[in-house]
Each structure stands twice: as C-alpha cells, then as structure tokens.
Design a protein. Structure first.
Length: 210
C-alpha cells in the first residue's frame, strides 16, 4: 500500500478524516508519519492514539527557514513515504526542500484556487461578494498555493454567512475532498506530468469536482 506522511500544524481534522477513510476501507494506505511544527497540535495526539509515528520539529530551534525545512524534510524522507499530504500545515516551505517532492506532495487549501491564495480565505470570499466558495486540493510547487489543482468542492455562500459559518460548512466538504483525492493517488489514478495533471492517464483539463 501507499506510504503516506502527513504534515499538520493544528487541529488535525483533515488528518482524522484520512484515518477514518482508511478505517472504513475506502483508502488503502499506510500512515508512516505525522509531522508537525507545533508542540500543541491536536494532530500529534490523534496520531499517537492511532498508532502513527510522530515527528515534532520546532522552527525556533533553527536559525533560518531553509535550515528548518532541510532538517524537516530529511527526517520525513527517513520514513520513506511515497506521498506527502499537507493537512493544515501552516508554513511556507522552502523551494529547495520541496523540490524532490514535486508531484508527490499535495495540499488542501480552503478556497476555490486560483482565488485567495494565502490566509483568511473565508473573509476574503465574503468581502469580495462571491456567491460561492470552496476548497481545493493541489500539487505543491514552489509557488505558494499555486500548483496544479487536482480537485475542488464548492459551497454556495448564503445570506447571513460569516467567516465562522463558512468555515464550519466547508470543513466536512474538505474532509471528503481530501480523502477522495488521496484514495485516487493510492489507486494510482493521478500523476503530475510535464503537461499537467493526468487522471487515468488522460490530461485533466479542469479540476475534478466533489
Ligand atoms: C483546513 O481548513 C485547511 O484547509 C486549512 O487549515 C485547516 C486545517 O484544519 N489549510 C490552510 O489554510 C493551508 N494554507 P485541520 O487541522 O482541522 O485539518
């Protein structure tokens, strides 16, 4: 089975969704590592309870971002993952560290990319008067939140929605989206090629919808 390492900085509900998908038999994968940059990340606790090995590496122990990222990705590589999943990992990753993983690292981002890269995506969608919002799973490249988008889930914005209601409604959709994409990878149905994403060996012209 596919060997997956997950990187998470916080609550870890997307990681939990992957564990649950495996539990239900919908994802054939081994979780070889949960890595975090935050000692109080609930994701670490979830991993311990699930018997997934953990790695905590704190940025303040390193002088420079690139030193931290080099150390982090060296430790991750030692677990021999096939794929890295960023599930609420809230750091920008140095280009040199991520380069060997291009095509093997995905991220979930709470917006309909290419809209709203970066932070405060719910607030920005509301402020722009958008009628729909959503989440995207994309391959990670050196461009922040700018790699090729694999799949998206769409959420209508309703009158009365605020940042909290949007986040609350989007989260379960994120969980389904991420689990679905990771199982496509586990089933060897996705690849990043020089011409973009291939889905079942055909070029993917627009993101899959969930
Ligand atoms: C999720 O909403 C995810 O999309 C977002 O952080 C949250 C993590 O929740 N990721 C980003 O904003 C990445 N820039 P979780 O810890 O419960 O999975």
């Amino acid at each position: 089975p596919l060997r997956i390492a997950v990187l998470a900085s916080g609550r870890g509900s997307n990681f939990a969704a992957l564990l649950a998908a495996r539990e239900r038999g919908e994802l054939s994968a081994d979780f070889v590592l949960l890595a975090s940059d935050k000692p109080d990340a609930a994701a670490l606790q979830l991993a311990r309870m699930a018997g997934v090995p953990t790695l905590l590496l704190e940025p303040h122990d390193y002088a420079e971002r690139r030193d931290y990222d080099a150390a982090l990705f060296e430790r991750i590589a030692a677990s021999k993952p096939d794929v890295l999943v960023l599930a609420g990992f809230m750091r920008i990753i140095d280009g040199d560290a991520l380069k060997p993983w291009v095509g093997r690292m995905i991220n979930i981002h709470p917006s309909l990319l290419p809209k709203y890269r970066g932070l405060h995506t719910h607030r920005r969608a509301l402020k722009a008067g958008d009628t729909e919002h959503g989440a995207s799973v994309h391959y990670v490249t050196a461009e922040l939140d700018g790699g090729p988008v694999i799949a998206q889930t769409v959420l209508p914005i309703e009158a009365g929605d605020d940042e909290n209601t949007l986040a609350t409604k989007l989260l379960p959709l994120e969980h389904q989206l991420l689990a679905a994409v990771v199982s496509l990878i586990a089933d060897d149905r996705l690849a990043l090629t020089d011409n973009g994403i291939a889905f079942d060996s055909e070029p993917l012209r627009k993101p899959l919808r969930w």
